[in-house]
Design a protein around this ligand. Structure first.
Ligand code: HSE
Length: 301
């Protein structure tokens, strides 16, 4: 298939995301109001195009073109990335989703939402960042027997604000996944299933005091803590300062605390800073809302 003449320029925005939310390893994620912007111009002169396959935006765009049988033109890419890299805040999911969205729009949107979710998940390896990145909000996700994405929105009656500690040190996802055991005890599995269920029910019902128990985890954080030893003390500091719940975001290294409002999130950020100073862990803090909307095309002139 030869590409249909598409827009001359496509601009997309994709949000940061936080996966796991404590107990929901690979199956819960949320979108944050912190955005990566990508502007892409398809070019026919490949000598001027970004075709670097190490660039995730370009790789995802190429996958869309390949998937619909169109020849890949290459793109001039101009990006403003506000999402810290390799800190458990979904920077790679944002890049993949941005590339897929801009390529799809350039081709006249041949792929639907489920196709884009499947393609992005296959590239990312797990769905808990790409689903909230593309669709926004808090999402429960799973893969079916054919590795197709199943997902549902977790409604929230009242908004929450995230306080985030972003350490200078990063933890590569591959390292964080390699730290996990090959099997866990029945009691630890039960612990996490019950917390994940409680977490989703607490969010959906607005019974936010249950988030403290609902963000408990025994499947991944205890095994990953040696990669970022301040993890436990930062989580404890956030909870002591009034966070509703706190956890290691995605594969780490960021710590995210769910708070009822901005003032409480600022207090938690101050507690993060004190704890980080005591643990001698340099980093920065961020107060950010959750985003009900996901990645979208902002301009396709
Ligand atoms: N659920 C994944 C993990 C997220 O914890 O490894 C990685 O971004």
């Amino acid at each position: 298939m030869s590409p249909t003449p598409g827009p001359r320029r496509v601009a997309v925005r994709a949000p940061a995301t936080s996966a796991n939310l404590g107990p929901g390893f690979d199956c819960l994620g949320l979108a944050l109001d912190l955005w990566s912007d990508v502007i892409a111009v398809p070019v026919s002169d490949s000598s001027n195009a970004a075709t670097d396959d190490d660039n995730l935006v370009v790789r995802a765009a190429r996958r869309v073109y390949d998937g619909v049988g169109a020849s890949f033109p290459g793109f001039h890419i101009d990006s403003t990335n506000r999402i810290p890299f390799s800190r458990g805040l979904g920077s790679s999911a944002a890049a993949i989703v941005s590339g897929a969205l801009l390529a799809n729009r350039s081709l006249g949107d041949p792929l639907g939402e489920t196709d884009l979710l499947d393609l992005a998940t296959e590239m990312e390896g797990h769905p808990d960042n790409v689903v909230p990145c593309l669709l926004g909000g808090v999402r429960a996700v799973a893969l079916d027997a054919q590795d197709r994405v199943l997902q549902a929105a977790v409604p929230m009656p009242r908004p929450l604000v995230a306080a985030v500690f972003i350490p200078e040190v990063h933890v590569p996802t591959e390292l964080a996944r390699a730290a996990l055991p090959t099997s866990v005890s029945f009691s630890d599995a039960l612990f996490n299933v019950s917390r994940a269920a409680l977490l989703v029910a607490a969010l959906a019902s607005g019974d936010y005091p249950l988030l403290r128990a609902g963000t408990g985890d025994r499947l991944h954080q205890p095994y990953r803590a040696p990669l970022f030893p301040a993890m436990t003390r930062l989580i404890e500091a956030a909870l002591s300062a009034g966070a509703l719940g706190a956890y290691s975001s995605g594969a780490g290294s960021s710590i995210l605390a769910l708070c009822p409002g901005r003032a409480e999130a600022e207090t938690v950020c101050a507690a993060f800073n004190c704890a980080a100073t005591r643990c001698q862990v340099p980093g920065s803090t961020l107060t950010v809302g959750l985003s009900p909307v996901g990645a979208h095309v902002v301009d396709d002139g």
